[in-house]
Design a protein around this ligand. Structure first.
Ligand code: ATP
Length: 262
């Protein structure tokens, strides 16, 4: 399956070395050492880039499939470009081929001491499972990283941007500075409901992936989220915060009722 998709992408990117990073439902993600048009790019990672490729879906009608691929790729790239413009940390887009579903972007994140990519998930797992020391898991470094994630998501929402798939895998850490990735389900909305659902998805992801300390992590995330809403940079942030947190309570209640009903 993957070999067949690699052949597909190589038609569009001949002679580009590709190393598979992940295969999701929607896209294949590759790492490459090559910049498409510049031998000395001015990016922090000079020799690593990410290529995200949306392969053809043979079960869809070819015309519909082509339109979906193109629109989703355009949507993701526009969202990323807006984040860059607003100074919300996310990979810079280097090149995009809309009809062929290709996004060439900046590589972000570091390797953890155990060799794993520094997603928030792996980083917290490193603390929880490798260091396995409660005082470190609940220490100031983890607290500050969670607060920083809350600040980042708050900034996103204050710009009426919704991530759509906020999990601890879709947040990478550059030291303790978080960056967002994967905007395949992103959208624009000023509605408190949409922001609350975004927060709820993250809250649930933290609970299922980091159950032992999730209460603390979520508390710190919300601390950062509240903090940015109080900043002078955003007018009526306080009012928006109250609305979103009220909705979050409603969404949690709906989620609980659903899980009680199975
Ligand atoms: N800019 C980037 N820098 C470094 N790593 C990245 C970058 N973008 C993606 N990755 C890596 O590739 C993985 C998959 O990326 P992404 O989530 O965008 O693809 P996806 O196909 O939508 O994934 P999924 O379907 O699993 O949500 C990430 O978890 C991360 O490890």
């Amino acid at each position: 399956m993957t070999d067949h998709i690699i052949q597909q992408v190589q038609v569009h990117l001949p002679n580009i070395p590709l190393e598979v990073v992940s295969q999701g439902a929607e896209a294949l993600v590759f790492q490459t050492s090559v910049h498409p048009y510049y031998s000395k790019p001015c990016l922090p990672h000079q020799d690593k880039f990410i290529i995200k490729f949306r392969p053809r879906k043979p079960y869809r009608h070819p015309k519909i499939d082509a339109a979906i691929t193109k629109n989703r790729t355009i949507g993701e790239v526009k969202f990323m470009a807006k984040l860059t413009k607003l100074g919300i940390k996310a990979p810079s887009v280097i090149l995009a081929d809309f009809p062929n579903g290709i996004i060439w972007m900046e590589y972000l994140g570091k390797k953890l001491p155990n060799g794993d990519v520094s997603s928030l998930k792996n980083w917290l797992w490193y603390y929880e499972k490798v260091l396995a020391d409660e005082s470190l898991c609940l220490g100031s470094e983890v607290q500050q990283a969670c607060i920083n994630v809350g600040l980042l998501i708050g900034k996103l929402h204050l710009n009426d941007m919704i991530h759509g798939d906020l999990t601890s895998s879709n947040i990478l850490l550059e030291d303790s500075e978080p960056v967002l990735i994967d905007f395949g389900l992103s959208s624009y909305s000023g509605m408190a409901e949409d922001k609350a659902v975004d927060l709820y998805v993250l809250e649930r992801a933290m609970l299922s992936t980091h159950s032992k300390y999730s209460d603390h992590y979520v508390k710190w995330l919300l601390q950062g989220y509240e903090q940015i809403h109080g900043s002078k940079e955003f007018r009526s942030g306080g009012k928006k915060l109250v609305e979103t947190l009220r909705k979050l309570d409603e969404v949690r209640l709906r989620g609980r009722k659903r899980s009680m009903l199975g």
